[in-house]
Design a protein around this ligand. Structure first.
Ligand code: HSE
Length: 310
């Protein structure tokens, strides 16, 4: 049995977004991975991995995010076939914009389609989150949820699992700046504190609530003021050279918020597309890293949809 190939675009995502550690996520229009697959008799075979950082991606199906997520879907659907997979990375690993999450979500979504779309969107998210757990050292769904569902997502609860998706404001522009440094999520999670003072919890609660209200009502000013993190970004700042200077550069070139994307090293800046240019923000961060002889890739993008067939 060898069936037709199907292709899935699985977008980059930014997570945490200030106060929403492991809770908030946002799908980005660019960049994205392309996951291709077709049914085979049995087992999972990864026959090709290309794109930035592909040399570091395991092709052993037991260790690869795409195949781990796909296997979880096959298991849940009691499937009687296997899948051959080709992976074209558009998102470099260790970027902080959900590279493993896109692979996991793309793999889950691919298998979901091959199985005849029997799962709910939340179940697809959970299959992808299972792969994140295996590969990144912690069960978190804040990248895979927006990657599957699109838009701005909020995980209300992990047990039982419940996630909602909100359509972000039309005028929300996003600059992604990726300096030339690798930050594995597993290591970035190891520097985090295990306990949080009550005053920080209160601070996060207020900002998180207003972030959701801002997304729902399209209030970019409130969104900008609500991107606050008293706990997680401060613990990780040492992992990303010139992070605070890069954020300051973005803010002085029109961003309404600039912050560490997920576990880093990407720096995410929000701006109002109706009044500002993303190019100025991107160039200011690239110039800062160039001063320190470091490269920095940028994307000027916007909120996007979840995984889709292309
Ligand atoms: N919420 C996760 C973290 C996202 O910050 O570790 C990982 O990309």
């Amino acid at each position: 049995m060898a069936d037709e190939w199907i292709r899935i675009a699985a977008p980059a995502t930014t997570s945490n977004i200030g106060a929403g550690f492991d809770v908030f996520g946002l799908a980005l229009k660019d960049p994205y991975d392309i996951i291709e697959g077709r049914k085979i008799e049995s087992g999972i075979v990864i026959s090709e991995v290309t794109g930035p950082g592909s040399e570091s991606i395991p092709t052993d199906p037991e260790q690869n995010s795409v195949s781990i997520a796909a296997m979880e879907v096959l298991r849940r659907c009691d499937a009687d076939f296997g899948i051959e997979i080709k992976i074209k990375k558009g998102i470099r690993p260790c970027s902080g914009i959900g590279s493993s999450g896109a692979s996991a979500a793309g793999g889950a979504f691919l298998a979901h389609i091959l199985c005849g779309e029997k799962l709910t969107p939340q179940e697809v998210v959970l299959c992808a989150a299972h792969a994140e757990d295996v590969t990144s050292g912690g069960f978190h769904a804040d990248n895979v949820a927006p990657c599957v569902l699109g838009g701005f997502t909020v995980i209300r609860s992990y047990e039982p699992f419940e996630v909602i998706s909100i359509k972000p404001p039309e005028n929300l522009g996003i600059v992604v700046a990726m300096p030339d440094v690798l930050v594995p999520t597993r290591e970035s999670r190891m520097v985090l504190p295990h306990e949080v003072p009550v005053k920080d919890m209160v601070f996060h609660l207020g900002n998180a609530a207003c972030m959701v209200y801002g997304m729902q009502t399209g209030d970019l000013g409130l969104i900008g003021r609500s991107v606050k993190d008293a706990v997680f970004e401060p613990a990780r700042t040492k992992l990303v050279p010139y992070l605070k200077k890069a954020e300051a550069a973005a803010m002085s070139h029109g961003a309404v918020a600039s912050f560490l994307g997920g576990s880093g090293p990407c720096i995410i800046s929000f701006y109002d597309k109706s009044s500002h240019q993303g190019e100025a923000i991107a160039e200011s961060i690239v110039a800062l890293y160039a001063e320190h002889d470091m490269g920095c890739e940028t994307w000027i993008t916007e909120p996007g949809s979840g995984c889709r067939r292309i």
